[in-house]
Design a protein around this ligand. Structure first.
Ligand code: ADP
Ligand code: MG
Length: 580
């Protein structure tokens, strides 16, 4: 027996284990999902490493095996993935990688479902302690000695060299010594059921050690043997144990969309992206021809946790890239989606990229830009679908409206399509959904030649603006840019369907046609009020550019307006904030 070295868990780990055990005690089952997902990740990594230098797929066949020993109360989950070195055991199973307890507890505090948080926060392994008194990890990285990590929770673990049954090549054998009240996980049917639920979309075979009764045909010693005839036989039952594959390891995206149910898509989304909402829409499509690939996109129905803190969080990788069914990466700088679509989740499986695709290849690849263009088009189709459902669209606007406006600003090619989904508050729309430009145009009055907007800190403040008086009197609708992004987006539109989109507070705004009569009155007023204007300019000096007589006002005596090319007060505040 090799001597074991004792280590202490990082304080964070002990805290997280406490949280997991205390918040998930009624949901113990999820330990299996987490441990199978780790085994599958390890196989993904191994498969990726086994790609040969010439870029062809190696002969690696990943698999995950489960074995229950009722007498000793052991549940073993074994994979032939990458395994871990001593150093990796210490960092992966003794420390908390990125997020830490603080974020974990914060997320829990927001009322998020704890069972789904653990997968997202990189602490899934510790869920083993929900059902086990003792967790043993026998593991071997390629070319490294076989090691045994062991812990009975609390705050310590040990690492020793291991000479139990050797692991071939590399892999990990996780042995759970089950708690007394967790003996149901020794039952073949229970585990099989759970695997069906949690592991349907694992792309490696999951094999369960299962008792099978087979029937052998043997000569029947009791029967009479007749001359010239075959000797009589009988069948006898024989009980054996076999590795029985319990999942269909065919990737969902390889199936015909017609044969996949919404439930299956939703489950795939949850498993693959560690999400807990039901997506509001999905697309599943393929492209054949010079560039060949299959892809799926999902639109979440809630704002993913990481994005709720930071709209363009660069730790969020919305797309997973596969090459010929092999998972390559979800962390590459060459994004498959423009950043204004970073709230989506999806995957691409390319037939054209080499398996050993590198950053340089991705950078140069025309394939990637073709894929990316097509993904954007399909995303827009998906938003069309969402818009047909009022409830979903309202949710979409609240959750992701800002991304769409960033798209309006950053994606000139798709600007007009995106404007169908960009929603703004307006003098005529209800507060929940606001209005889109196409809807605005439908409501335009006879003779109205421009689309008007005005910026302000709130709808109430914006609609008080004296500048709007003339528009109001004409019954023209006004959009309210209540957010900096609204203003930047509307400013950039230029023309929408032949109509100029203009800031009503700018001096060039044509606020409706004037009659001859009105024009005459205006001229007269200009004459009359010249001394007044001169006086005001003298008092205000350089705080204003000019003081002029205006025909925009009906009830108020004066209004501050912006020069045609000037920045609105809202924009000025924004620029100041950016510079600070
Ligand atoms: P996550 O899977 O989100 O990274 P976990 O707590 O589930 O977080 O696992 C922590 C780390 O431990 C993994 O990232 C991986 O490096 C390592 N690990 C866990 N299980 C295995 C395994 N079966 N084979 C190899 N490495 C593993
Ligand atoms: Mg995990």
């Amino acid at each position: 027996e090799a001597t074991a070295e004792t280590y202490e868990f990082e304080a964070e780990v002990s805290k997280v284990m406490d949280i997991i055990i205390n918040s998930l005690y009624s949901d113990k089952d999820i330990f299996l999902r987490e441990l199978i997902s780790n085994a599958s990740d390890a196989c993904d990594k191994k498969r990726f490493l086994s790609i040969t230098d010439d870029g062809s797929e190696g002969s690696y066949n990943g698999r995950i095996r489960l074995f229950m020993d009722k007498e000793k109360s052991l549940l073993t989950i074994e994979d032939n993935g990458v395994g871990m070195t001593k150093k990796e055991l210490q960092t992966n199973l003794g420390k908390i990688a990125q997020s830490g307890t603080k974020m974990f507890t914060e997320a829990l505090g927001t009322g998020a479902d704890a069972t789904n948080l653990i997968g997202q926060f990189g602490v899934g392994f510790y869920s083993a302690f929900l059902v086990a008194d003792k967790v043993t990890v026998v593991t071997k990285a390629q070319g490294e000695p076989q090691l045994r990590w062991e812990s009975k929770a609390a705050n310590k673990y040990t690492i020793a060299e291991d000479n139990s049954e050797p692991i071939e090549g590399s892999g990990t054998r996780l042995i759970l010594t089950l708690k007394e009240d967790a003996d149901k996980y020794l039952d073949n049917y229970t585990i099989r059921d759970m695997l069906k639920r949690y592991s349907e979309f694992i792309s490696f075979p999951i094999e369960l050690w299962t008792e099978k009764t087979e029937y052998d045909t043997v000569p029947d010693p009791d029967a009479e043997v007749k001359e010239g005839e075959e000797p009589p036989t009988k069948t006898v039952p024989r009980t054996t144990n076999v590795w029985e594959t319990v999942n269909v390891a065919k990737p969902l995206w390889m199936r015909n969309p017609k044969d996949v149910s919404d439930d299956e898509y939703n489950e795939f989304y949850k498993t693959t992206f560690k999400a807990y909402d039901t997506p509001d829409a999905h697309v599943h499509f393929s492209l054949e021809g010079q560039v060949e690939f299959r892809a799926m996109l999902f639109c979440p129905s809630t704002v993913p946790w990481e994005l709720s803190q930071d709209m363009f969080n660069d730790k969020v990788h919305p797309m997973k890239l596969f090459v010929k069914r092999v998972f390559i990466s979800d962390k590459f700088e060459e994004q498959l989606l423009p950043r204004w679509l970073s709230f989506l989740k999806g995957m691409v499986d390319s037939e054209d990229l080499p398996l050993n695709v590198s950053r340089e290849i991705l950078q140069k690849s025309k394939v990637l830009s073709i894929i990316s263009k097509r993904l954007v088009r399909k995303a827009l189709d998906m938003f069309d679908e969402i818009q047909k459902d009022e409830e979903k669209f309202a949710r979409f606007v609240t959750n992701f409206g800002r991304y769409i406006k960033v798209g309006v600003i950053e994606d000139q090619d798709n600007k007009d399509t995106l404007l169908k989904f960009a929603s703004f508050a307006s003098s005529e729309s209800n507060d929940k959904t606001g209005t889109t430009l196409p809807d605005y145009v439908k409501r335009m009055k006879e003779g109205q030649k421009q689309i008007y907007y005005i910026s302000g800190s709130s709808k109430a403040a914006a609609s008080q603006s004296p500048v709007l008086e003339r528009l109001k009197s004409k019954g023209y609708e006004v959009l309210f840019a209540l957010d900096q992004i609204d203003e930047i987006a509307l400013q950039g539109v230029g023309k929408f369907k032949d109509f100029d989109v203009i800031d009503a507070s700018k001096e060039n705004a044509d606020l409706g046609e004037k009659s001859e009569e009105e024009k005459k009155q205006e001229e007269a007023a200009k004459e009359d009020l010249k001394p007044t204007c001169d006086f005001i300019k003298k008092v205000l000096q350089s705080t204003v550019d000019r003081v002029e007589v205006s025909s925009r006002l009906t009830a108020s005596p004066s209004a501050l307006v912006q020069p045609q090319w000037g920045m609105s007060p809202q924009m000025q505040r924004f620029m100041k904030a950016q510079a600070a």
